[in-house]
Design a protein around this ligand. Structure first.
Ligand code: SF4
Ligand code: MG
Length: 319
């Protein structure tokens, strides 16, 4: 609820604070138990920061993160430890996120040793089980990460993330570094695990095409703001925000589109340290008007179950 994460900007020899980057600026969102919520936007829009704040890997500047009704930013050390078992993250880089000097069985088994105080034998048995669950050959558990391909390493990261039976997982660009063919294998694995283990996912990606297959609902972020939320198929069929339409029109599609879908973005994303007035998208929006430069649009329901932050959403013509 109303999540804000601001980073101070320091300058000069005295390291004075000269401003702040509003990486996440007042985002309210509910993720339903058992769903996959896809969160998309260009680099620097705040989606990773948002994911990290949800897990309390970073503290919020403002707002509340409610997990099963409890504000996780008010938890003490002991409760936080318990929370760490229930919420996990899968990182983008399957190369950088695995310690190269650890055997795979130790990487996957680490959370079990730390949180469950299992004996080495129990850890090993659970590691074998986890490796099989994510489609890895468990007989290779005594090897090092560099002996595995990118897709296999991502499976190792996934096995470690699910080791403690978490309920909520943030997958931060979990497939972005992989080849397209491997991407769909890993996405299929995540969907299988979700079904079998009853997981809830926040699936972060920069492109809409990656989230389409896996997500029940999708949220689009732009410069620290959530600008649209919808059921996945509805969003693809009818984007209401001009930015969503622009992201969609960047995906090659064989069938002809509606005229309003053909939006090409002009210019770069403005700096989050100095976002444009009013609607932050107005500097790049092809249909911006005076009101957009002055008044900030709020995320509001424009159609049943569809929220959009735009003064002039791309609604279908009235019957
Ligand atoms: Fe474009 Fe205005 Fe809507 Fe912002 S509020 S997306 S500038 S039409
Ligand atoms: Mg990121």
């Amino acid at each position: 609820k109303n999540i804000k994460k601001y980073f101070p900007i320091h300058k000069g020899l005295l390291n004075r604070t000269v401003g702040q980057v509003k990486a996440v600026d007042d985002v309210t969102l509910s993720i339903r138990k058992g769903e996959t919520f896809g969160l998309v936007g260009e680099s620097g829009c705040g989606k990773s920061t948002f994911g990290r704040v949800l897990l309390r890997l970073q503290s919020a500047t403002g707002g509340e993160v409610l997990f099963k009704g409890q504000d996780i930013h008010s938890l003490g050390t002991k409760e936080l430890r318990k929370l760490r078992e229930e919420m996990q993250i899968i990182f983008q880089d399957p190369f950088g996120s695995l310690n190269p000097r650890f055997l795979v069985k130790d990487i996957i088994g680490e959370p079990l040793r730390i949180h469950r105080k299992m004996s080495p034998r129990e850890v090993e048995a659970r590691v074998v089980e986890l490796m099989e669950l994510v489609g890895l050959d468990a007989s290779r558990r005594n090897r090092y990460p560099h002996e595995f391909s990118g897709g296999q390493r991502q499976r190792i990261g996934i096995a470690r993330a699910i080791a403690l039976n978490p309920q909520f997982i943030v997958a931060d660009e979990a497939v972005s570094a992989l080849d397209v063919s491997v991407q769909s294998q890993v996405i299929n694995l995540l969907m299988k695990l979700q079904k079998e283990l009853g997981l809830t996912f926040l699936f972060i990606a920069h492109g809409l095409n990656i989230v389409r297959h896996i997500s029940d609902r999708v949220g689009v972020m732009y410069l620290g703001k959530l600008v649209e939320v919808a059921e996945t198929e509805e969003l693809f069929a009818l984007p209401l925000h001009p930015y969503t339409a622009a992201l969609l029109s960047a995906i090659p599609k064989p069938t002809p589109r509606r005229k309003q879908d053909r939006i090409v973005l002009q210019g770069d994303v403005p700096s989050p340290a100095n976002p444009p007035s009013g609607c932050r998208f107005h500097t790049r929006c092809p249909i911006a008007q005076d009101r957009c430069r002055q008044q900030e649009p709020l995320l509001e329901e424009a159609l049943p179950g569809r929220s959009v932050a735009c003064h002039f959403p791309l609604l279908p013509p009235q019957q």
